[in-house]
Ligand binder design. Sequence first.
Ligand code: FES
Ligand code: MG
Length: 577
Amino acid sequence: MSKNDTKQGMSTRLTNYGDEGFSLFLRKAFIKGMGYTDDALSRPVIGIANTYSGYNACHGNVDALVESVKRGVMLAGGLPIDFPTISLHESFSHPTSMYLRNLMALDTEEMIRAQPMDAVVLIGGCDKTVPAQLMAAASAGTPAIQLVTGPMLSGSHRGTRVGACTDCRRYWAAYRGQEIDDQEIAEVNDKLVPTVGTCSVMGTASTMACLAEALGMMLPGSATAPAVYADRRRIAEHTGAEAVRIAKEKIAPADIMTPAAFENALRVLLALGGSTNALIHLTAIAGRLGIDIDLQSFDRMSRETPVLVDLKPSGEHYMEHLHQAGGLAAVLHEIKPLLDLDVVTINGKTLGENLDATPRILNQQVVRPRDNPIYGQGGIAVLEGNLAPRGAIIKQSAASPALMDHTGRAVVFSCMEDLAKRIDDPDLDVNAEDILVLQNIGPKGAPGMPEAGYIPIPKKLAAQGVKDMVRISDGRMSGTAAGTIVLHVSPEAADQGPLALVRTGDRIRLDVGSRRLELLLDEDELARRRQSLTPVTPPQQGGGYRRLFLEQILQAEEGCDFRYCRLEPTIKVPRRG
Ligand code: FES
Ligand code: MG
């Protein structure tokens, strides 16, 4: 490319400093402070969103990945320039990472827009980062390719394999039930996160990595390679090279993330037994492209898509085993008849062509054949009823079969503080057949829809050996958690949803088979209670982001995106079902 070529490189999106020539002259003068030559600056510029943070062990390998991406970009004739964005780690995102996801999406989108780049490589990993980056890419419209940091390896505690963070919960429950002592719980704490990388189970991060690949936004075979494997570095190098091609061919995210691509991703979510959070994230990403994910059609899809991947929390294995079993391609092969194979993916080939280039199942223990699934239906079922007029969900593959059709007495907690105060009270009037209800942990209520839907079993019941109870809330649950847990009840209690009407002693019926969630009160009583519902005073508003969040946040079935970021839907998916 000649140094006067203005089609790509530094000349994209000129900031107006007077005439066009002067703008380019000025920008080149400044970037040359970094030591670049005119030759370098005349090449396609590939931005690299660098999400390294000392707080984020899930992104602990980002520096190495940036180096590998840069090598790939340069080998393909481009100029790589990395730039920082917000980095979110689940554990260090107060008040919740969902609260901050949209902030990361705004930051990433605007940095892609603001700086000259012909394509961008988005390096994400921890739960909310990949959704935020794909939301940003969808809105910015610049050619984009996703790269994930990859899962951490599993660890070993006294000879037992352990991994973050399904086993975090399992060991903590054992500690609460006084099955293990102070010394052992401290020992486990050292073993749960043995390397950098994302959680080693099919939690939200692993689910979103697989869905980014299923959507076609990430190279085939790139979802599962562990963070510390050499494979991960090679994937990064290939990603850099591919970024140069999509820059030259001007492949926009909307060219890849089509309605058919979202349908494929929804199928994959079900077959993975993936995180419930991913449904919210896919809805948010799709919403930015005018695509509406319809929960009822998704549920029909769920009835015919079996769970095939035997990973924790629904199954036994860890992400490194899925990688060794062929990665996502092994799953895609098994559900091939349910997929649209003609969608074009980020490497310029169709999904069908990519699959033809990979072997079929390698380990039937980890990825089951369709005729021998882990669970006969999809991992997530959509519930409806007078308690959730706009829907609720349950991760049925991780629930207890005995509780799937259950009627019980509600024991209600009005908020997280109330729960914390009373759940372990020895005098709490609760037994194993009761249904625990937690209100006001929805998108507006907490705010930020915390993963507090995994309500702990009251200590006195845990000590008696109770492992699971029906639990219902308007919040979320970590993708690494399991139990008979109804989530995302919409509208939320803080938005005057019927969940706000439930009182201790009411009876609730959950019937997953018929997809019902009912508060067993007659309409008159519900109407009476609705009248006495004191209007919810919005949580105290500060300035800045908090205010924006509270004014703009949508409910779960609309992806918890900001109202003004979601386009008017022009198409509903899944279209068949
Ligand atoms: Fe980052 Fe689990 S905490 S992926
Ligand atoms: Mg999580």
